[in-house]
Design a protein around this ligand. Sequence first.
Ligand code: PXP
Length: 260
Amino acid sequence: MTLGVNIDHVAVLREARRVNDPDILNALYVACASGADQITIHLREDRRHIQDIDASNILKHSTLPVNLECSINRDILSIVCKLKPHRATLVPEKREEVTTEGGLDVFTYEDEISYAIEQLHDSIIPVSLFVDPTLQAIEKSKELGAEMVELHTGSFANVFAMLNSSLSHSNHSIKELELPRYELQERLENSIEDIINAAKHAKKIGLEVAAGHGLNYHNVSYMMKIQEITELNIGQSIIARSVFSGLANAVKEMKRLTTR
Ligand code: PXP
């Protein structure tokens, strides 16, 4: 399993104080030396964490492949084409969102996505599409010319957290998931089945399959059982754990859990 470590949250902390600490390049070196197989970053339109100069420095100094997530905004795309990451992952973006809340709408934005893939391919950058785990989205991703899909595991992770953590008792409880436990259990099983079916179908039609969003030390074992998934991109939980145990230990432990 390829472990992509998303280091955006180190930049979130830096931007909170608008200083140069913590240094994103230190995070890069530690992640590279501690078992990550890939570095993942998201150059957002609002630049709330990673800045253009970070992306450029990370690409210059990373000893690992860099997976650069970006929206289909044309200004961002032209920056990404110049940066030439090892792969670009197209993600949906809304200014007001806390984090990427769902997969790309590959139907509504089919023309824009198709244009983005063309531009990236012209710059010899392979493309992954971050999509919800539905057969229709997988089919469409193939039709649009992507090499890979990353399955959005956010719904699975939300249900898992409401069922197996104290989230439902906190002020971040997910209102629409305040349901009886048997119903949450059923939703969890359905969400896993959706991911399995989407992964199998993607592999069958020749797409590489990654997964990501909301994965952590407790729920990642579910993804490890799905043989078609060959890459996981994980950020929040690794950086959160690093506050207590250090980034090297946090990456090493996730690598241990994601080794088949
Ligand atoms: N994969 C993609 C495409 C993402 O947009 C994100 C969040 O930036 C992640 C993976 C990592 O998600 P998390 O921080 O919840 O682990």
